[in-house]
Design a protein around this ligand. Structure first.
Ligand SMILES: O=C(O)c1cc(=O)[nH]c(=O)n1[C@@H]1O[C@H](COP(=O)(O)O)[C@@H](O)[C@H]1O
Length: 269
């Protein structure tokens, strides 16, 4: 199989979209139309995938929304269905642990195309993922949440900030290995996003934070893409729950929201 970032660059070129459609089916927000289904989260996702797949460079389910027995079944069906539609799946799991545990975690890459990882435990904790030549590995670098600066913007002895060092290390690990490492950099901090892009032009970014978190879509689209043509801007609630308080069906609203975001981002890239 071809390397993930090559496949991603091809898909982005083919559908002219860098949109990552997040699949976080919060049970409290599921519409009445799916609540009586055997697996409501799967039923919801199936219709969202049908409505948005032509605009989705990837689907990004966040594992947090599936961590119970019905959830695991719903996730498995969702992943299979998305891939049947030809859309790669980026599992947002923010994994990494000591060696034998990480080796176990990395087995999930037999079922999905790419994953998000937490670099806090260092290179050996990431190795079981990075060693997979055909997988995409996005390391948290500068996250979109309000406390993202607490640790990530601490200053190191040489004046660099922690998130800048993470970007440098990721670049090194990618170049020394399978060139399969990207970074997660939020759209809520556009200056930092630009800083990281200038620092590591070769690493694809996953940029979350547009839509519900109010991040900067122009900066996201401007800086997401690496020299190899791969890069993603994610929106989750802004797409999958676009139909709340609207006259449209939730699937139609999601389809329109994904298309609108695609077109908006395309103005800037
Ligand atoms: O790794 C991520 O995807 C991620 C990193 C980050 O810094 N901020 C962030 O929001 N995310 C994820 O991206 C999604 C954002 O969802 P919305 O805010 O609804 O678009 C959630 O699944 C978050 O967990």
């Amino acid at each position: 199989m071809t390397a993930f970032f090559d496949r991603l660059a091809d898909r982005i070129a083919e559908i002219d979209s860098i949109v990552s459609v997040g699949l976080d089916p919060d049970e409290e927000r599921l519409p009445a139309a799916v609540r009586d289904a055997d697996l409501p989260r799967w039923e919801f996702n199936r219709r969202i995938v049908d409505a948005t797949h032509e605009h989705a460079a990837v689907f990004k389910p966040n594992a947090a929304f599936y961590e119970d027995s019905d959830g695991w079944r719903a996730l498995e069906k969702t992943v299979e269905y998305a891939r049947e539609k030809g859309v790669p799946v980026l599992l947002d799991a923010k994994r990494a642990d000591i060696g034998n545990t990480s080796r176990q975690y990395a087995e999930v890459l037999n079922s999905v195309d790419a994953i998000t990882l937490n670099p806090f435990l260092g290179r050996d904790s990431l190795a079981p993922f990075l060693d997979r030549e055909t997988a995409g590995c996005f390391l948290l670098c500068r996250t979109s949440n309000p406390g993202g600066a607490d640790v990530q913007e601490l200053e190191l002895a040489d004046g660099d900030l922690v998130y800048e060092r993470v970007a440098d290390l990721a670049s090194e690990w990618s170049a020394d290995g399978n060139r399969n490492v990207g970074l997660v950099v939020g759209a809520t901090t556009p200056d930092e996003l630009r800083t990281v892009r200038e620092r590591v032009p070769d690493l694809p970014f996953l940029v979350p934070g547009v839509g519900a978190q109010g991040g900067d879509a122009e900066a996201a689209a401007t800086y997401a893409t690496a020299t190899n043509g791969a890069g993603l801007v994610n929106s989750t609630r802004g797409i999958i729950f676009a139909g709340e308080d609207s006259d449209q069906s939730y699937a139609d609203a999601a389809g329109d929201a994904a298309k609108d975001l695609k077109e908006r981002l395309n103005q800037y890239r």
